[in-house]
Design a protein around this ligand. Sequence first.
Ligand code: C5P
Length: 282
Amino acid sequence: MNRPVHGLAYAKINLTLEVSGKRADGYHELTSVMQTVSLADDLWLEPAAELSLRCDVTELAGDDNLVVRAARALGCGGRFVLRKRIPAAAGLGGGSSDAALALRLLNAAFELRLSPAELLDAATCIGSDVPFFLHCGSALVQGRGELVQPLPDLPVRWLVLLNPGVPLSTARVFQELRPEEYVAPPNTRAWLEPGAGASGQTPQLTNTLEAPAKRLEPAIQDCLLRLRTAGSTAVLLSGSGPTVYGLASGEAEAQRIAGQTGGIAVRFVGRREALAITADSP
Ligand code: C5P
């Protein structure tokens, strides 16, 4: 490797997230349509024999950062610089997106020529959301998160992300989920139709984890109400939360709702834009 490389690690939302049961390995069986959105961390990788990570959020720069775990999974060195914008433990997949981008940057920079199956193996070992971020854009995600079927990019939608500002552990939310809340069979199909989600014809948003997450963190309900009161027609918890989002009719409406609620206006980001890697230094 002789040149520093850079990519943007985009956040995701779950347009649907249906949990149909608990598996023998302790994980839960999911069906989810995931979508990358335009809130992103910057990640640079510079040539170096030793592995290191510098992060502007110092408490995230430790050895348990998923970027470090990604490099260890491939047995690689390199000097990573991470600039965080996606809040941690927020249901937006920030750490998982950083990890998947780290795998792709290492594969490109060291010319490892890893096959999709080898990248998927490494991603699955790091965390259940990491495989989705190898594809980004819109995708149907199943299993515990490792079965990713990329979908054609959905029509671009604007939305507002609202974060209550408290972290929520994914493991705790899954523990709080009751068997009677499982959804079987899953109902995600409407999002797989061509043109689904264009403004004016939004299939139902659904998230099995919303009820247990609300029981653990009442601030989630306040955030959902704030978005609805500000004029968002469809609101939902993203992933295991606590970030919620509300769809808007366009950019101006999203900016207005964001201004009124203290949220962030973002848009869907398609696969090609989300997977871009460039030669660049921090
Ligand atoms: O895979 P990851 O480490 O990100 O998952 C965090 C926790 O969330 C797991 O330890 C598990 O408790 C829960 N989980 C689950 N079923 C999934 C994904 C995550 O129960 N499909």
